[in-house]
Design a protein around this ligand. Structure first.
Ligand code: NAI
Length: 411
C-alpha cells in the first residue's frame, strides 16, 4: 500500500457530495472556508464513480453509494468519507481504515423524529383509531367508546432506554403517562421514569410497550410468544427499532386472538428494497395494526440534522484532525492547535512505530508541544503539535517509516 498525504490550502481541497446531500450540509462546509464542492444528485454507477473520485479529498455519500476496496484504491487522495445517513454498511469500513480513511455518519440525528412518531402511535393505538379509520374507509361507522382510552395515567413500558427511549419517556410524561423502562446497562432515569430490573417486569406492568433496542444476537426475536404472553390483556406493542426483534407470526397470533389490542410496526424482518417491490407481511390486512414503511426517522428535520452533523465532523477532521464520531477509526478529540504545527500520522499498528515517529522528531531536534495517540488493533493514529517551521521536511521523513499509511499536516 502506498503512502498518501495531503497538506493543502483550503481552496485546493475538493469535496464530492453525492446523492443530493441536503443544502445545509453544503452550506456548513462552505462557511468553513471550503469552496471546491462538486455535487451530484444521484449515486453514479461504480465505473463512473471510480473516475470521479480520483482527485477527491472528501467524499459525501448516502445509502446508495457502495464503496468497495477496489473503488477506494482509485481514490488516491481520499482523506475522509461522510455517510450522510445513519448506517454505514455501504462502505467497506475495514478497507477504508487500512487506507487511513476515517468514515463518519450521523447515528442520532433522527432521534426526535422517531420519538415523536411513537408518541403519536401511543395515542392512536390507545384510542383504537387504526381499526376505526380502516372501518370508515370501508363505509363503517364504528362510533363507540369501547376500548378507547386516554393515555393520561397509563403506563408506558420502554425496552432500551437509549437516545430514543429516554427522549420518548420525557415526551410521554408530558402527556401524563407513567414511564417504566428496562435497559441492560444502568441508565440514569430522566424525569420521573422508573427503571425495572427485567424486561419481563416491563412487559407485565405496561399498558403499551415500545421497543428501542439495537439489533443484536440478544435482541433478535426478543419479543417472542413467551414475551407476548406476559403482556397485559388488551395492551399494545410498538416496534420502530429493528425488524428482527419481534417474532411477527407470534405477534399476529396474539393480535388475532385479541390478547393484544393493537400494534404499530415500522420495521420488519424483510423489507422491500425499493418502491417497486411488494411489501409482504402477516400483519397486512389487520385493522388494529398501524403499518409504516420504516419511516420512523424520516423527516425533513432529521435530514437537516444529519447533513449538519456529518458536515461538521468532516470539517473538524480536515481543520483539526479530530476523529470523534468516526465509526472505523481510532477516536481522537483534539483542542485547536494554536501556535504549533499539527502533524497527523496514520500507521499500521506494529511494534516500534511510535518509537520511529518520535525518533524522527527528536532527530530533527524539534520540541513536541503535545501528542495524542489512539490505536485500534490494526491501525494507529498519532497527532502531534510540533514547534517547527519545516513541516514538509518532517512529513517526508515520517513517510519513510515503513508502517506509515498517511501523513498530513495542517496549515
Ligand atoms: P441507542 O444505542 O441510543 O439505545 C439503545 C439502548 O438499548 C441502549 O441504552 C442499550 O443499552 C439498550 N439495549 C441494548 N440491548 C438491550 C437489551 N437486550 N435489552 C434492553 N436494552 C438493551 O439507540 P437509539 O438511537 O435509541 O436507537 C434505538 C433503536 O432504534 C435502534 O435499533 C435503531 O436502529 C432504531 N432506529 C430506528 C429508526 C427508524 O427509522 N425506525 C431510526 C433511528 C433508529
Amino acid at each position: 500500500m502506498t503512502t498518501r498525504h495531503h497538506s493543502l490550502a483550503k481552496n485546493k481541497i475538493k469535496f464530492l457530495m453525492l446523492e443530493g446531500i441536503h443544502a445545509q450540509g453544503l452550506d456548513e462546509i462552505r462557511r468553513s472556508g471550503y469552496q471546491w464542492i462538486v455535487t451530484e444528485a444521484q449515486a453514479p454507477p461504480p465505473e463512473q464513480l471510480a473516475e470521479m473520485i480520483e482527485d477527491v479529498h472528501f467524499l459525501g455519500i448516502r445509502s446508495r453509494t457502495q464503496l468497495s476496496a477496489e473503488l477506494l484504491d482509485r481514490a488516491r487522495k481520499l482523506t475522509a468519507i461522510g455517510c450522510f445517513c445513519i448506517g454505514t454498511d455501504q462502505v467497506d469500513l475495514t478497507e477504508a481504515r487500512r487506507r487511513g480513511i476515517p468514515v463518519f455518519n450521523a447515528p442520532y440525528a433522527n432521534t426526535r423524529s422517531v420519538a415523536e412518531l411513537v408518541l403519536a402511535e401511543i395515542i392512536l393505538l390507545m384510542r383504537g383509531i387504526p381499526a376505526r379509520n380502516a372501518g370508515a374507509h370501508r363505509g363503517q361507522w364504528l362510533k363507540s367508546a369501547r376500548g378507547s382510552h386516554e393515555v393520561r395515567g397509563k403506563t408506558l413500558g420502554i425496552l432500551g432506554y437509549g437516545h430514543i427511549g429516554s427522549q420518548l419517556g420525557i415526551l410521554a410524561e408530558g402527556l401524563g403517562m407513567r414511564v417504566i423502562y428496562f435497559d441492560i446497562t444502568a441508565k440514569l432515569p430522566l424525569g420521573n421514569a422508573e427503571p425495572r430490573t427485567s424486561m419481563e417486569q416491563v412487559l407485565e406492568q405496561a399498558d403499551v410497550v415500545s421497543i428501542h433496542v439495537p439489533d443484536t444476537a440478544r435482541t433478535r426475536n426478543m419479543i417472542d410468544e413467551q414475551a407476548l404472553a406476559r403482556m397485559q390483556p388488551g395492551a399494545h406493542l410498538i416496534n420502530a427499532a429493528r425488524g428482527r426483534i419481534v417474532d411477527i407470526p407470534a405477534l399476529a397470533a396474539a393480535l388475532r386472538d385479541g390478547r393484544l389490542a393493537g400494534a404499530a410496526i415500522d420495521v420488519f424482518p424483510a423489507e422491500p428494497k425499493g418502491g417497486d417491490e411488494v411489501f409482504e407481511s402477516e400483519l397486512r390486512g389487520m385493522d388494529n395494526v398501524l403499518l409504516t414503511p420504516h419511516i420512523g426517522g424520516s423527516t425533513q428535520e432529521a435530514q437537516q440534522n444529519i447533513a449538519l452533523d456529518v458536515a461538521v465532523k468532516l470539517v473538524r477532521y480536515s481543520d483539526n484532525g479530530s476523529t470523534m464520531g468516526a465509526v472505523n477509526f481510532p477516536e481522537v478529540s483534539l483542542p485547536d492547535h494554536a501556535s504549533a504545527r499539527r502533524i497527523m500520522h496514520i500507521h499500521r499498528n506494529e511494534p516500534g512505530v511510535l518509537q520511529a515517529v518520535n525518533g524522527v522528531i527528536s532527530g530533527a531536534s524539534i520540541n513536541i508541544a503535545a501528542q495524542y495517540l489512539q490505536t485500534l488493533p490494526d491501525v494507529g493514529y498519532v497527532v502531534m503539535d510540533l514547534e517547527t517551521d519545516d513541516a514538509p521536511a518532517l512529513v517526508r521523513e515520517l513517510d519513510r517509516i515503513p508502517a506509515t499509511i498517511r501523513t498530513r499536516f495542517l496549515y
